[in-house]
Design a protein around this ligand. Structure first.
Ligand SMILES: [Zn+2]
Length: 251
């Protein structure tokens, strides 16, 4: 998220720097260290996914060290927020980048995912809404809320890189295999995740193949949650999503 910009200093000698944004800077010291190492970067913007301390809890400290930052978030609950986003109608411009906020309630009611495009490059920061082969708990929202949020994400272009809020991929794949034991993509992903440790970024294409919370329409996932006397195909996607989440919460 950088864009080189011409900056005229008071003595009118132009200097060049890159503007930078950061998502959920919960460890501001690390952000500040990187900025010190790259003096040609100027941090201007904070994108906050939701109000939980492990995502928004570094905003105050970062603002103290870097006054004047623009801080986006979904509500006044977000620490140090300066711009509250309540609609998807406004696209944010950031240099050559376009930032599309998606209202993705479910984990919290003010959760936002940020879909960012730079030419052909597309990334989405998903906070605690979508994880690799998993999703966040429904702390504030309902299965209906989360179904709406996940539907927005799973219909993004398959090549979109997914930057998620927590590295839970091994545990998520293990659970997902209890839902779909025969899913070969999932089996391969678990072995890969064990090997590499850090699995970020994922992609929308891979999530659609391996994430049971995005696969609620699949007969295999439906069969895993159907109860005696029910027909799997008669369940709604929202019912399936709620039941898979319950299975995960109880696992
Ligand atoms: Zn959270």
């Amino acid at each position: 998220m950088i864009q080189k910009t011409v900056c005229h200093t008071v003595d009118l000698i132009p200097s060049l720097y890159y503007i930078a944004a950061v998502v959920d800077p919960v460890e501001p010291d690390n952000v500040l260290r990187v900025l010190e190492e790259h003096a040609d970067y100027k941090l201007t913007t904070v994108l906050t996914t939701h109000h939980h301390w492990d995502h928004a809890g570094g905003n105050d400290k970062l603002l103290k060290k870097q006054p004047g930052l623009t801080v986006y978030g979904g509500s006044d609950q977000v620490q140090a927020v300066t711009h509250v986003i309540t609609t998807e109608d406004t696209t944010l411009s950031f240099g050559s980048l376009t930032i599309q906020p998606y209202l993705t309630r479910g984990h919290t009611m003010e959760h936002i995912c940020y879909y960012i495009q730079d030419g052909d490059n597309k990334v989405v920061f998903t906070g605690d809404c979508l994880f690799s082969s998993g999703c966040g708990r429904f702390f504030e929202g309902t299965p209906t809320d989360m179904d709406g949020a996940l539907t927005k994400l799973k219909t993004l272009p398959g090549s979109t890189k997914v930057y998620f809020g927590h590295e839970y991929t091994v545990a998520n794949c293990r659970f997902a295999l209890t839902v779909e034991p025969q899913n070969a993509d999932l089996q391969q992903k678990l072995a890969w995740a064990h090997r590499v440790g850090c699995t970020t970024p994922s992609s929308i294409e891979n999530e659609n193949l391996t994430n049971p919370f995005l696969r609620v329409h699949e007969p295999t996932v439906r069969q895993a949650v159907v109860q005696r006397g029910e027909t799997a195909s008669a369940l709604t996607d929202i019912e399936v999503l709620g039941r898979v989440r319950q299975m995960k919460d109880n696992s």
